[in-house]
Design a protein around this ligand. Structure first.
Ligand code: FCB
Length: 480
């Protein structure tokens, strides 16, 4: 069923009282200072140094230099008026080799950042793993082995011990789908390998790591604990039953691998047919489902675009040599909607449909937070030094309206974080993709708030003041 977004919702999303509005970033994408204060190398440092994998040979070595400029960035957040800021902690700053000595200077940095946020009246939301695994752990098997899940829980306890008195909201993992499958099957993310079974083992150990970390957080008295997933809205390319079957296989790969063990206490029903000869499951242990499925306070949802799926032949038809997770499903382009510079179709109502559908399928799921949503656009700076990013404003407004529509349909969504506060290092796409509501000039590190920043500030003020109907813009600088 489709949930059309009404014009009234688009004009002002009508978010419920207390609905939280925030902005998000991640350590490797903004911090830079890759070799300072004892930080160890991560799998992304290694991936970026392999020739040809990242656009323009870019890396996060300097990125937005946030490690040195965090006070300026917190000031931008304060002026924006956000309730909460979602950032991630770089594991290799805290424990540079993943299992050896603890680096105090790393903990000190996040301590200062947390205090700066609290002074600005902003609630910190900490992601513990946004993909920067210490390289030393990768060298010992990475997420393919259970030990990494155990090390993750130890690192989590260290961070919670230091920040737990001041952090309201903890996110164990960000988008484990990307870590497991883009990292170990499609090879487009670190560690950049193609190994079917390794990817499935990584998916499982990421979930085990989540369970162990959540339990360490509970033991440390954490207030709110969740995990951030990137469920996909999967649409069949045609009515052909073969395309519907491909959608079911894609459901297993994209959604059920995570949602079934986390919120239904079981592994995906169709996994045997989906994985075929790759399935083995020997990495699972008794008790894992209880560990993974322990109650959470929220689930974070990152959402950008729907996927249109068609049946497809195996890319490697020989099962003896097949290494990637190949489920005979392919994404098909669509020509009926606008695309962002990522090549992602813009279809906001699919977010409403996704949230409604997840709520129906997983009644035991905790309340939702949209922990990322945003768009990369071809921004230009005017001679006056402005960025008139009207496409991004439309995107954000329509997706917030889609969230409000889901709330009206009965979905318990408690907040929304825009991705991203700053233009930043967009993984394998390097610095070509700009997602920020603040532009970063990478040569000078100058920050320029875009029109979308001013628009979002107006929306936040209107929401706070309960002044419905003025949500399009209240800042004078806003152009819309
Ligand atoms: C998500 C990632 C985030 C960012 C956005 C565009 O998959 O979590 O770091 O790259 O996509």
């Amino acid at each position: 069923m489709q949930h059309p977004i009404t014009d009234a919702a688009r004009a002002y999303p009508g978010l419920p009282p207390g609905f939280l509005l925030g902005a998000a970033t991640a350590s490797y994408q903004i911090e830079g200072a890759h070799d300072e204060d004892g930080r160890g190398p991560s799998i992304w440092d290694t991936y970026c140094r392999r020739p040809g994998l990242v656009a323009d040979g870019a890396s996060g070595d300097t990125a937005c230099d946030h490690y040195h400029r965090y006070r300026e960035d917190v000031a931008l957040l304060r002026d924006l008026g956000v309730d909460s800021y979602r950032f991630s902690v770089a594991w290799p700053r805290i424990r540079p080799t993943g299992s050896g000595p603890v680096e105090r200077r790393g903990l000190d940095f996040y301590d200062r950042l947390t205090d700066a946020l609290l002074t600005a009246g902003i609630s910190p939301a900490v992601t513990l793993y946004h993909w920067d695994l210490p390289q030393a752990l990768e060298d010992r098997g990475g997420w393919r082995v259970r030990e990494t899940a155990e090390r993750f829980a130890e690192y989590t306890a260290l961070v919670a011990g230091r920040l737990g008195d001041r952090v309201d909201r903890w996110i164990t993992l960000n988008e484990p789908f990307c870590s497991a499958f883009l990292g170990h099957a499609a090879a487009v993310h670190a560690p950049g390998t193609r190994e079917g079974r390794g990817a499935l083992a990584a998916a499982h150990h990421l979930l085990v790591g989540h369970g162990l970390a959540a339990s360490a957080l509970r033991a440390a008295g954490a207030r709110e604990i969740g995990i951030t997933l990137n469920p996909d809205r999967l649409l069949p390319a045609t009515d052909d039953p073969a395309d519907h079957a491909a959608v079911q296989r894609a459901e297993t790969l994209h959604n059920e691998v995570w949602f079934e063990p986390l919120f239904a206490g079981r592994y995906p029903a169709h996994e045997a047919e989906t994985w075929g000869p790759m399935a083995d499951g020997s990495f699972r242990r008794d008790g894992d489902l209880d560990l993974i499925g322990a109650p959470l306070d929220f689930v974070g949802v990152n959402y950008y675009r729907p996927l249109t799926i068609a049946d497809a032949p195996y890319t490697d038809p020989d099962p003896a040599t097949r290494t990637a997770v190949d489920i005979r499903a392919a994404e098909r382009p669509r020509d009926d909607v606008r695309h962002t510079t990522m090549g992602w179709p813009v279809a906001p109502h699919t977010l409403t449909d996704l949230l409604v559908d997840l709520t129906r399928r997983y009644p035991a799921m905790p309340p939702l937070l949209i922990t990322e949503n945003g768009s990369a656009e071809s921004d230009t700076v005017t001679p006056e030094g402005r960025v008139h990013d009207t496409d991004r404003i439309d995107y954000l407004r329509d997706h917030l309206a889609a969230v409000a529509e889901a709330v009206r349909a009965g979905v318990d969504v408690r907040g929304y974080y825009v991705w991203s506060l700053l233009d930043n290092f967009e993984w394998a796409r390097g610095y070509r993709q700009r997602f920020g509501i603040v532009r970063v000039d990478y040569a000078t590190q100058q920050r320029i708030p875009k029109d979308s920043y001013h628009w979002y500030r107006g929306l936040i003020a209107a929401h706070r003041g309960g002044r419905e109907g003025t949500g399009t813009a209240s800042g004078d600088e806003a152009t819309r």
